[in-house]
Design a protein around this ligand. Structure first.
Ligand code: 5GP
Length: 203
């Protein structure tokens, strides 16, 4: 059984990475990993769907027991990827998408070098700011803080393999599909299988 691929999608908050991931998941292209977080649920967020909402103690315990693929602290809350479900899905041949911020992405790149890192960009910083305001989930101070750090985050794009500028959702999803398809056409792990397939013809 061929291993699935691990795709890591990061980018500034409000760049639309969540929406792109949702489209890929609902099209059955890949499975999304459900993260664990110490932050409180917002709006319609559901336990086990959007996040596993846990206490600081439970989060620390998961780290101590080696159960996290990666984790990071953002604005006084912790976020992380439980290791087991991701490894199980990859072993079943399913592609998995992690929608995580950059500190976590770097940990995944190190511990799972075959992972594919994709950076989602907003068309501009002013568009991003407007999206955050329209989303209405954060206070003005939080939005100010997030937009101030955006440029610093964008400078980290050098650590990524692919980028998507999310101007129009449909073409951003198309770009993501192109990247995923290209990764499945890599020779690397396939070389032996390909050679054997043609050798079997015995001509
Ligand atoms: P929010 O609180 O808006 O849901 O998420 C804040 C940030 O945490 C976003 O940039 C999101 O991508 C990131 N995030 C969500 N889950 C994880 C995770 O499991 N690990 C890491 N490193 N970041 C995460």
């Amino acid at each position: 059984m061929k291993q699935g691929r691990l795709f890591v999608i990061s980018g500034p908050s409000g760049a639309g990475k969540g929406t792109i991931c949702k489209e890929l998941i609902s099209a059955g292209i890949a499975d999304l990993s459900v993260s664990m977080t110490t932050r409180k649920p917002r709006g319609i967020e559901q336990e086990g769907v959007h996040y596993y909402f846990v206490s600081h103690e439970e989060f620390q315990q998961a780290i101590d027991e080696g159960n996290m693929l990666e984790w990071a602290e953002i604005y006084a809350n912790r976020y992380g990827t439980p290791k087991k479900p991701v490894l199980e899905k990859l072993a079943q041949g399913r592609d998995v998408i992690l929608e995580i911020e950059m500190q976590g992405a770097m940990q995944v790149k190190k511990s799972y070098p075959k992972s594919v890192l994709i950076f989602v960009l907003p068309p501009s910083i002013s568009v991003l700011r407007k999206r955050l305001i329209d989303r209405g989930t954060e206070t003005t101070e939080q939005i100010d803080l997030r937009t101030r750090t955006t440029l610093e985050e964008i400078k980290k794009i050098k650590d990524y393999s692919y980028f998507i500028i999310n101007d129009d959702l449909a073409s951003a999803v198309d770009d993501a599909l192109t990247i995923i398809n290209a990764e499945h056409l890599r020779v690397e792990d396939e070389a032996e299988d390909i050679i054997q397939r043609y050798e079997r013809e015995g001509i």
